[in-house]
Design a binder for this molecule. Structure first.
Ligand code: DAH
Length: 354
């Protein structure tokens, strides 16, 4: 510093000198790396006895008394600048004392709960894997449907009594919450020509009071296969393979004749009770029946194929619909479907995959 040490009596030179100090401080502060060099820099500038600022204050005497207030202000400005800069350097360098005190490396780590997939979803994925392995693909459809897709295209004429089996929640005369996943069959066949091999899992809704085996919202999984020469044997083989993979290789399965407007012939499929195997008259799961109904199925009605412009003379198909929550109930041997939706973590966590 050229001017350092020289006694001055000119405010202009004094100002210049302050700027030189500031510049020199800036350059030195860049090099501060640790607490020790920080302390050295602080002493150099701010030490009460010999710090540069002390020297500058002493030099005030050499100025004209009228210049002194202005010069004092300049020194204070420099002092503020230096103090602020030292403070921020200190923050960057010093390990906060609080941290040193709080870290106890001998304590066990904190466990975080990240949540887990819902058991019904896990079960759905298990089902999906089986069908994906058989060459099916997954399709999606809207939960709010029109009367046409939910009923009419599926061969339920208006006012037909079969509609009463589906306790429908209507939004308007034409819009409703879908009562089953079957409308996705129509949507798929409208945009895709055979060969078709799809499944569609999703939520469905019915006007029902919750009880151990009924809920106003539940999950279904629809399946549809359309191609040349598809027969009931394909339906049976596919569903038997699926159920034996999902449950046990040796589980007993039975097909019972049933009626659905969109399939002909139709069948409901039962599995032997997973809890009592038919041996307990008072079984709480099968009600002593020994059999549990888990899906509806059938050969796609020719009228349904016509509704989507697929020629029933050339093509045939089968379809099925399975209640996901309902089947999970039997697979996990749970007695009340409502448990799935009560958000009781003690229940839900039992299904989390490790
Ligand atoms: N949609 C029917 C229901 O909700 C289930 C069903 C039956 C689906 C037969 C089908 C089928 O695809 O072929 O009860």
């Amino acid at each position: 510093m050229k001017t350092k040490g020289k006694a001055l009596s000119n405010i202009k030179d004094f100002k210049l000198k302050i700027e030189e100090y500031k510049e020199a401080f800036k350059n030195a502060s860049v090099k501060v790396k640790d607490e020790k060099s920080l302390q050295e820099l602080r002493n150099l500038y701010l030490s009460r006895k010999k710090g540069y600022l002390r020297v500058l204050f002493d030099e005030l005497k050499t100025l004209k008394p009228t210049d002194r207030p202005k010069a004092g202000q300049l020194i204070n400005g420099l002092k503020n600048y230096i103090q602020k800069r030292l403070q921020s350097l200190e923050k960057r360098i010093k390990v906060p004392k609080r941290l040193i005190r709080e870290i106890d490396l001998t304590l066990p780590g904190r466990n975080r709960y990240w949540g887990a997939p819902h058991p019904v979803l896990l079960f759905q994925e298990e089902i999906e894997r089986i069908f994906l392995a058989m060459g099916f693909s997954i399709e999606d459809g809207p939960e709010i449907e029109t009367d046409y897709y939910n009923f009419e295209a599926l061969n339920f004429p208006p006012h037909h009594p079969a509609r009463d089996d589906w306790d429908t929640l209507y939004i308007t005369d034409d819009l409703l919450l879908r009562t089953h996943t079957s409308p996705v069959q129509i949507r798929v066949m409208e945009k895709q020509k055979p060969p078709i091999r799809v499944i569609n899992p999703g939520k469905v809704f019915r006007k029902e009071a919750p009880d151990p085996t009924h809920l106003p919202m539940f999950f279904q999984l629809e399946g549809l296969v359309v191609d040349k020469d598809i027969t009931f044997a394909h339906l049976k083989g596919t569903l038997e393979f699926f159920l034996r993979t999902l449950f046990l290789e040796k589980i007993n399965i039975r097909f019972r004749p049933a009626f659905f407007p969109f399939t002909e012939p139709s069948a409901e499929v039962d599995i032997e009770c997973t809890v009592c195997g038919g041996k307990n008259r008072e079984c709480r799961v099968c009600g002593g029946e020994g059999w549990i109904e888990i899906l509806g199925s059938g050969m796609v009605d020719p009228q349904v194929l016509k509704n989507v412009n697929i020629d029933p003379e050339q093509y045939s198909g089968f379809a099925f619909g399975l209640g996901i929550d309902r089947t999970a109930l039997f697979a996990y041997e749970i007695q009340d479907m409502r448990y799935f939706y009560e958000n009781d973590l003690r229940f839900i966590r039992q299904f989390a995959q490790k």
